[in-house]
Design a protein around this ligand. Structure first.
Ligand code: AMP
Ligand code: MG
Length: 520
């Protein structure tokens, strides 16, 4: 199918498409048909030219009335039936029952250049899964989702994508910090795009209801469309499916650890079976390298979803998926074997990833110790992860004693890097230099390799917040500036050097920069 909005757009929505019952338990089905809700004064803020092309649209389309209507939820494409998906999930370690697309509506599927894309609106009104909430999204969280999903893609991290960001013209009431001070904020709609938005929770809900028939239908559908190499439905194919999801989950989380991304809400309803980063909520980017850090204030007590715990949570979530898929195979051993392999698979891939960050092209039995020592010294005093690894590319193996000077920009409190801390650093640099002597590549070659995996630009939490503050005032230029900057995160962009800098002090404890909640 080729999407041509000018030709195919036709239908106006009924004036009132609000659902009669948004607390419905949906049984025996994987989704429910639902139309987006009309908004009072829609306005397109930004469109991703890349995604426009990817789904087969043209540059002209993005300025058309039809485009605005469809992607702000004010009209549906002809011959399409938008739907919301049913899923459950484990939230913060507990089974939460039916959740579902409470504010996401899948418009249609498009196949272009042999790629299948689902176009989904987030924040376009109530669905049967809204559970009494409004189905809407605010501008701040929509900007964060829009910018971050595109930035992650360009960092090489598997992710859902974003096509467009629109204002609805409506006000949305939110208690941002859950402290009893709700305020009206601008409403927005993002069009997200992915081959599929299927989550672990889509399977869990069916298993929880003992609905083996629908579970099997859904797994067969998933394999047929997204894992065709596994062949016709069979017990082997179901195990193969789980194995592939586990592999992709490992790969995704290794990438998160590489770039310093903390998802913030790794509930099983936010885990994609395609191994895509999905649902950008209270996520954050590491500034100081700290395994204990989480951006999510809702999780501040337990810190379940802290940076250093993401690998463990990936495994925990896979265990829930294994339980859900068990009825199709009725044997535990194959699942256990895959889960047992997760840890070693993760360790190996993580070690390889760290080698690449340090510019090591060969393997050495002492590499694990080198990484452990680095992670230890990185956490001695607050050290900016992005600056550190990028600057480390300038290290010269003949002069390890200059190592500290090479990376000194990364320290938030340089005055603390004295005495034993400085000694630890110097010891590490000496070991690193010795290790580099065993490498067949030159310093210059190493730098090129390191720059390809250590981004220069990431969407620091305060950068997104600056774009949000400006957008609240009607100025969208920073959204575009960051969008363009983050398309080339590994490139030197001398005109944008100001974004290659530590988080400014004013942002240290500012809401939206270091403190984020699930309210969105
Ligand atoms: P999240 O924490 O954003 O992954 O959301 C968890 C669940 O709550 C999902 O089922 C969402 O669809 C639902 N949800 C979150 N916000 C809203 C909202 N404003 N209206 C309806 N459902 C929502
Ligand atoms: Mg979610």
């Amino acid at each position: 199918m080729k999407l041509n909005i000018q030709d195919t757009f036709s239908k106006e929505l009924p004036a009132d498409s609000v659902l009669e019952n948004s607390r419905r338990q949906v049984s025996g089905a994987c989704f429910s048909y639902v139309n987006p809700k009309k908004t009072s004064d829609p306005k397109m803020i930004h469109v991703s030219d890349e995604m426009l092309t990817a789904i087969g649209l043209h540059a002209d389309d993005k300025t058309s009335d039809s485009f605005l209507k469809v992607f702000s939820g004010n009209g549906v494409l002809s011959d399409t039936k938008p739907y919301a998906m049913c899923y459950g999930g484990h939230q913060f370690g507990n089974w939460a029952g039916q959740l579902g697309d409470g504010r996401a509506i899948n418009l249609t599927e498009v196949v272009h250049n042999e790629k299948r894309w689902v176009l989904q609106l987030k924040g376009a009104g109530e669905t049967p899964y809204s559970r009494g909430a409004d189905g809407l999204a605010v501008l701040r969280s929509s900007i964060r989702e829009y910018l971050c999903s595109e930035a992650m893609f360009h960092l090489g991290v598997p992710t859902t994508r974003a096509l467009s960001l629109a204002l609805t013209g409506d006000q949305v009431l939110r208690d941002m910090l859950y402290d009893g001070h709700p305020e009206y904020e601008k409403g927005a709609v993002v069009c997200r795009v992915a081959p599929s938005f299927l989550r672990f929770g889509n399977y869990e809900i069916l298993a929880a209801r003992n609905d083996k028939k629908t579970l099997q239908t859904l797994v067969d559908y998933t394999i047929k469309h997204f894992f065709p190499e596994l062949g016709a439905p069979s017990k082997e194919a179901y195990i193969g499916f789980f194995k592939e999801v586990a592999k992709r989950t490992v790969d995704m989380i290794v990438h998160w650890q590489r770039v310093g991304f903390v998802h913030g809400v790794m509930n099983t309803d936010n885990m994609s079976v395609l191994g895509l980063t999905i649902d950008y909520g209270p996520y954050g980017w590491l500034e100081g390298f700290d395994f204990g850090w989480t951006p999510n204030t809702t999780d501040a007590g337990q810190r379940r979803y802290r940076f250093g715990n993401q690998p463990n949570i990936g495994l925990w979530n896979l265990l829930q998926l294994a339980n859900a898929l068990y009825p199709l195979v009725e044997k535990t051993t194959p699942y256990e074997d895959i889960l047992n392999a997760y840890k070693t698979d993760f360790e190996q891939k993580s070690l390889q990833m760290m080698r690449s960050k340090l510019g090591l092209t060969m393997k050495n039995s002492k590499d694990m110790a080198l990484m452990d020592d680095l992670q230890d010294v990185l956490q001695q005093t607050e050290t900016d992860m992005t600056l550190f690894f990028r600057d480390l590319g300038n290290f010269i193996k003949e002069v390890p004693e200059e190592g500290l000077a090479v990376i000194s920009d990364a320290f938030y409190q340089p005055e603390e890097v004295t005495g034993t801390v400085a000694e630890k650093w110097n010891t590490w640099f000496t070991t690193y230099a010795e290790r580099l002597q065993k490498e067949p590549i030159s310093d210059a070659e190493r730098k090129t390799k390191m720059n390809a995996v250590n981004p220069k630009y990431v969407l620091r939490n305060y950068m997104a917040q600056l774009a949000i503050d400006a957008a609240d005032e009607g100025d969208y230029t920073l959204i575009d500036e960051l969008y363009q900057l983050l398309k080339r995160p590994y490139d030197e962009q001398p005109e944008s050097e100001k974004w290659f800098a530590k988080r400014p002090e004013w942002a240290r404890h500012k809401v939206g920069c270091s403190m984020l909640s699930c309210s969105s």
